[in-house]
Every structure is written in C-alpha cells, then in structure tokens.
Design a protein around this ligand. Sequence first.
Ligand SMILES: [Zn+2]
Length: 429
Amino acid sequence: MREVIDIHTHFINFDYMPDEYTIHLLKNNIGILAKPLKEEYFRNQSCLIKALIGLLDGLGIEYLKEFINALNKVDFVNNPDVIDTLINEGEYLLPSDIKDEYRQGRLGKLILCVPLMMDFIKASNYSTPTSAPGVIPYTQQTREHSFLAARYPWRILPFFHFHPERHDALLRCKKAIKEMGFIGIKIYPAMGFYPEWGDNENEIVKNNLRELYEYIQRKEEGYLIPVTTHAQNGSTQAIDLKTYQTREFTRISNWKNVIKKYGLKINFGHYGGTDFLDNGLFDMNKREFSEECRENIRSLMTRYNKNGVKLIFTDTSAHTDRKRPYFRELNADLDKESHLIMFGTDLPVTTPFTLNKDYINAYEENIDSDKKKERFFKTHALDFLFEGGKVPPNYIEFLKTNYQAGKVEVDPFSDKGMPDYVKKHLTIE
Ligand SMILES: [Zn+2]
C-alpha cells in the first residue's frame, strides 16, 4: 500500500471556533443555506438540521452528519477518538461512524500527518462566541496539539500558528518548538497583514514578523524551520475581511523579498486552489487569482529549487474539485524536478465532500508513474519537514522527555517504536 504523508490537516472541533466561524466553515460545504443557521443547531442537531442533512446527502454532500459528529467531540485531551481514528483508520471521523466499506479498496496508508494550528480568536474582530461555553484559549489549543504529538510519536508533527498581532507571538512560538513537539510554523497573511514586515503599519506586527524571520534565519534550533502559508482565494480564518482584501494579503508576490532576504523554506498551501479550472462564468477574479498564485509559485520553485536546494513547496489541500484537466496539469507539473508538490488534504474541511480514502485513491489512480507518486506522497514532504534528512533536535528531545515521563508507551527510538520512513530516510543525531 502507498505510504502517504498528509502535509496539511487541522485538528479542530466546535470549541476551537467562534460560532461565526463554524457557520462560515459550513458555508464552504452547504453554501448560502448556512446563512440563517447557528452553531448551536448543529451542536444539538435539531429536527431542522437533521432534515437539511438528509437533503444535502441526496445532493452529494455525503458525510456532513459524520463531520458534525466529529466536530461535536470537543477537548482532544479527554476525547482524542477522532484523532485516533485519523491515525489508525485514515479518516477524520468518530470510531462509531466508521463503516466496513470505508476500509475496503484503500490504496494509501497515512504514515504521518501535519496539523496546522488555527488561531481563530485573533482572526477577526468578532467577539468571543455567544452560545458556546467558550472558544478554547490559544494556550490550550497549543497544549492539545502537543498532547496529540506525544500520543503519536513520528505520526503527528504539528505546526504552530504564528499570528503577529499577538504581542507575545514569538515567545509562544519558541516555547512550542523548543518544548512542545512542534517542528514548523504556520503564517496566515489572509488574516490581514503583509508577510513583508515593512509593508505593515502596526508596530507589533512589524516587529514580530521581523524577529520571527531572524529567528528562523539564525537556525537557533539547529535546523531551518519550515513555514506553511495560505495560498488561495478566500479564507476561513478572516471572515471580517472582504475577499478582495484577503487576496491582497495572500498574493504570492508579497513573499518575494522575505524569501530572498531570509532564505525561508516555505510551503504555499493549496497551490492557488482549483479555481484555475473554473469556467469563470460567475467570478472571473477567482480564476485569475488562482492562475496568478500558481504562476508565481511555479516561478519561485524554478528560481530557488536547483542544485540540490529545496526551498519552495506547495500542497494540494482542499482540492476536492478534480477533473481530468486537473490531473493532466498535476502530471505535467510533477515531470519537473523543481516542482516540489506535496500531498495535502485540509482535513476535516474535505470530510463532507469525500472520504479521505477516496481523496487519496484519486491521486494514486491518476498520477501516471510510480516515481512521481513516491515524490508526491512522501519524498517532497520529507524534504520539506526534515532539512538534510535530519530529525530536528528539539523533536528528539520532546520524544525522549515524554518517553521518560511515561507518556509514550513504546520507546520511540527502538526498532518497534520507529516507523519505516524514519529508519529508511532520516538520521538521528
Ligand atoms: Zn488549511
């Protein structure tokens, strides 16, 4: 079975998101129907919602009910079952929602996933939620990701969400990386700032970004920390902004100078989205923006990824709209050695559209050579996560500490505790 690394997932539940965001997220799946709804309807699954779900199921939004069940399991430390199912079964579902048929015909096996934190509170000017008992604090979100990283050594490698509007962002970020099992950073300009620090007016944002880039450049942790950013139209985390505003912040060209100056290793998540395939009938801007993103990502890849250097990456997360031209482009892309495209899902955002099994299978069935599949599903991700094939020292320390404290059952450095991908591709110093 194909070994698969998912470079782009999110561990979220209803408590992670202010109510406004839940509805916004559901809008991705059920469109304007979500507008008059409230999060509490989904939490309690009223008759109305059950009827709606039944209706949508008939329209091809098949796993909405299961998606909502999964989001209802809040507090990952006490209820890690959804994440357990993801690691063991490859689906972002509750164990009770897994059917036998979901296990059949699976062509890929998830060997590692990279959850990107989502800093919702700071994402907009919306106040904290009204009906939910409370959105979990940022500190707890960091702790929960850390708990799950310790629960699944080598299988879960979280990225810390660095939001430069938080005055203590760098302090939190360093703590997460030094002590909590995080190995990368997520930066999300679509929330209202420019990645080039000098382009911002807010002094806190400016300083935080500059200091972050300097911290990465110094390799204080002994390796070049990878960064993932958002690179497509729209944004779940910035609903206080209009789409045209998030586009301005998201533009790939905004990154050119900082990449050059600080030598960042960066993954442009979503690869501009799949709007480049859109007929442009309803929104020409969407299509143009998608094309612009893709062109700029490709030109950065050509420029920087050569002579053994690998700095610019992209991923296929949330590409649920895949037809024949999509795979034609992907295959042509993967013909070029410099195009470091990685497999990503954006789970659980994709769950209402498709089983993860089918999402993976489509790539396995449509990428036209074994060599390309190996690069797409695994090698590129290893290059992105592990500079020079070395496991980050902070991560080794994290595993050791947790093993000594009895939080990890099997010694992660023993033959039994170490997965094949580590043995085959990585070195531990
Ligand atoms: Zn995402």
